[in-house]
Write a protein that binds this ligand. Sequence first.
Ligand code: AN7
Length: 390
Amino acid sequence: MGGEIRHFIKCIECGMEYEPSPIYRCGRCNGLLEIRIKLPDRNILLSWKSRAFNVWRYRELLPVDDYNMVVSMDEGGTRLLNLDRVGESIGKSGFRLFLKVEGDNPTGSFKDRGMTVGVTKAREFKYTRVACASTGNTSASMAAYAARAGLEPIVFIPRGKIARGKLSQAIAYGATIVEVEGVFDDALRKVFDYVAKNKVYLLNSINPYRLEGQKTIAYEIYEQLGKVPDYIVVPVGNAGNISAIWKGFKELFEIGVINCLPIMVGVQAEGASPLAKAYMEKRSFKPLEDPRTLASAIRIGNPVNWPKAWRAVEESNGFFLTVSDEEIVSAQMKLAREEGILVEPASASPLAALLKNQDAFEGNIVLIATGHGLKDPDILMKWPYKTGSI
Ligand code: AN7
C-alpha cells in the first residue's frame, strides 16, 4: 500500500472535512473529529483471514497509508474467554458471557491498540515529542510506543492518583513525568495548554487517530465469536473506547460483513459518573468537579469524548449503568476467584453492572476487560485471603 490517501477527518458536529493532519478539534465549531475511511468491499474478510491476529490484520480500515511507517509491538489479538462459571453462578438461562481480555496487550491495556496508530501518525507528521494526560494506562502505553519509535514521551498525571503498576511503567519506558495537582481533568487541561504552545503531538483520545486503533476490538470480537454479540459492556472514563468500538461495528455493517449491530452499554463508577447520570436522568451533560472512585483508571469528571459516547449508546439502543466501588471490587474478586482472570478495578465494572442489572441483558454478552490486574497491586493486597500452616 502506498501513495493513495484513503481517509479524511470529519467534524462530528458540523460536518466540516479536513485533510489528514495533526488536529484535535474542528476549526470551525470546536466539535470532536473523527476519521472517515474509504471503506473496501466485503471481500476484505478473505485478506484478513490470511494474516496474523493483531491490530494490523485490519490495515485496510486503518488510517495509515505507508505500512512501512508502522510502530507496532504485535498489539491486539487478545483472548475472548467464556465466563461459563460466572454465568452459571448467576443462574439465569438464555445468556452467555464472554470477556475480551485487553490485559493481553503489550503494556497490559487496550490503549496499545490506539498507540500503535497514534505514534505511527506522530512519526508521519514528523513530531519528535508526544504527550498525554493520563489516569495511568495511557501514559504507560504512550511511553512504550514512543520508546520504540525513538520519540520523547511527556506524561501529565494527577499527583498521587495513579496506580503504582502504571506509573512504574511510564518511568521504566523513559517518560518525562509531569505531576499535576488535582484530578485527571486538571492534567488534561495542562497538556492541552502545553501542546498548544509547543511542537508536541497530543495522544489523548481526543486525537481521532488513536480511536481508529481501538475500533479493532469490534473486528476481533466479530471474528472470534463468529457473529455479532447482543451486548457489548464497556467501562467509561474519557469515553473514547466505547465510541471506538461502536465505530468499528458500524464500519463492519457498512461494508456488509455483518447485518446487525450490538447494543452498547457504558459503565461508570458511581462517584465518577457525570455521563451515565446525565443520560439516565435524560438531562444535558454537566462535568463533575471532584470525581471519586477506587477505580482510578476511570476517575474522570469531564469525559472529553462524551458526545461520541452518548451517540454510540443512543444509536445502538443501549444504556449507561453505574456501579459502586464495593460492587466493582466484588466483581473483580469473582473474576479472579471463579475464573482465574485478574483484571484491574475499572475493568471489572462491566461484570459488576451485569450482576446488578441481570434482567437488562440477554443472549451473547461481551464484557470488555480493559486492563490487567497487576496494574494496581495495592488494591489486591487489601483483599481477604486464607492463611494456612503446614
Ligand atoms: C483500564 O489512561 O483515561 O472511556 O488516561 O485505563 O476510553 O477513557 C484510561 C482509561 C477503562 C476508560 N479501563 O476508557 C488513561 C485513561 C481502563 C482504563 C478506561 C481506562 P475511556
